[in-house]
Design a protein around this ligand. Structure first.
Ligand code: ZN
Length: 81
């Protein structure tokens, strides 16, 4: 992905979920109210006030546990209604 000039890549996570390769890019952008965020190749994204939660959640997103997969499946079913 292309970063804007005020964005800095702070980490990249490779993994897979939903049976497909996934890559999460963690970025810092001081112009945003929540300067830390990550984006996944699947379209998911999260933003945070501090750096603390960025890496654990990004890792978790690309390496979902069995319980996470169940939860994602349940969320998708709820959204589909
Ligand atoms: Zn993803």
């Amino acid at each position: 992905m292309q970063l804007k000039e005020n964005e800095f890549r702070v980490g990249t996570f490779h993994g897979r979920h939903d049976g497909a390769q996934a890559k999460v890019t963690a970025i810092r952008d001081d112009t945003r109210p929540e300067p830390y965020f990550w984006m996944c190749t699947c379209g998911a994204s999260r933003s945070f006030l501090t750096e603390d939660a960025v890496f654990p959640t990004a890792w978790r997103h690309t390496h979902p546990t069995h319980l996470d997969r169940l939860r994602q499946w349940a969320t998708r079913r709820l959204r589909a209604r």
